[in-house]
Write a protein that binds this ligand. Structure first.
Ligand SMILES: NC(=O)c1ccc[n+]([C@@H]2O[C@H](COP(=O)([O-])OP(=O)(O)OC[C@H]3O[C@@H](n4cnc5c(N)ncnc54)[C@H](OP(=O)(O)O)[C@@H]3O)[C@@H](O)[C@H]2O)c1
Length: 254
């Protein structure tokens, strides 16, 4: 595992937005980013989970956690524009955007995949990420050192039977990442990458692998050095890359 112990003020002065912050990897990221000095805009579907996270943030890092409940399966252009407007009103720039929220959807052969659930998974995992990115690019472009990190998966890099819309959505995010990286690499200081967290002890993993012993999996907290590195100043040279937590080594990335 990547050995990186950043200073507690690594992200001081930076504002980072995290989707799917209410649970799992997103929650661990939210707390880790706060603990390293960032102001964090926390988006998730479940208002109760967000409020608990907000209370936790207020106790240790008052004033730096900002929550907004949003159901990405239902949100439209006006909702994304409102989030972007609130970010621009409250902060001089947005320094990081972590697309972490995702739906797993059913595990089913393509032939029998339910159409409505296909649309919903693609809406949450891909279309919402596109819309949010588009609306937040002006705020990200104001940052002297911005980051966009898409969350991928092993099944978004090599097709695997029965992973349906989830796998296809992750392939689409890789395409979005590459296209955006090629577009804005030269004209902004925003660096765009994707990251596969790998099998991690969360509710989504348990839903995908109900027979697995969760104790055999790494915790979300144990992945945080890679997320901190990629959302912090040291990763300025990494752009347009499909990365993985498991073998992450910045020295090998050209
Ligand atoms: N865990 C793994 O083994 C693994 C492996 C590879 C990739 N990943 C990726 O890592 C990321 C985090 O996954 P996780 O394992 O931490 O899963 P998780 O615990 O199920 O968390 C998923 C998050 O996405 C949010 N979300 C789901 N549907 C939403 C919607 N309609 N609107 C808004 N937010 C929504 C959830 O919000 P609420 O809690 O508020 O409902 C939750 O915070 C995902 O992109 C996943 O594909 C995970």
């Amino acid at each position: 595992m990547f050995d990186y112990k950043p200073a507690a003020d690594l992200l001081h002065g930076r504002t980072i937005l995290v989707t799917g912050a209410g649970s799992g990897i997103g929650r661990a990221c939210a707390l880790s980013l706060l603990a390293h000095g960032a102001a964090v805009v926390l988006l998730s579907r479940d208002q109760g989970k967000l409020e608990r996270l907000y209370d936790e943030a207020e106790q240790s890092w008052p004033g730096r956690g900002h929550i907004q409940a949003i159901d990405l399966s239902q949100a439209g252009a006006a909702d994304f524009a409102a989030i972007a407007a609130a970010v621009e009103r409250q902060f001089p720039a947005l320094d990081g955007l972590l697309h972490n929220a995702a739906a797993l959807g059913p595990r089913s052969p393509i032939e029998f995949y339910p159409e409505q659930q296909w649309q919903e998974v693609m809406q949450i995992n891909v279309n919402a990420a596109f819309q949010l990115t588009r609306c937040l690019l002006p705020a990200l472009s104001k940052s002297a050192d911005g980051r966009i990190l898409f969350t991928s998966s092993s099944v978004g890099r090599e097709g695997r039977a029965y992973w349906g819309a989830y796998a296809v959505s992750k392939f689409a995010l890789e395409g979005l990442m590459q296209t955006l990286a090629a577009e804005i690499g030269a004209t902004t200081s925003v660096r765009v990458n994707s990251l596969n967290p790998g099998g991690t002890r969360t509710a989504m993993r348990a839903a995908a692998y109900p027979g697995e012993n969760p104790d055999t999996l790494p915790s979300a907290e144990s992945l945080m050095p890679v997320y901190l590195y990629l959302l912090g100043p040291a990763s300025r040279h990494i752009h347009g890359k499909a990365l993985s937590v498991r073998d992450f080594d910045p020295a090998t990335i050209d």
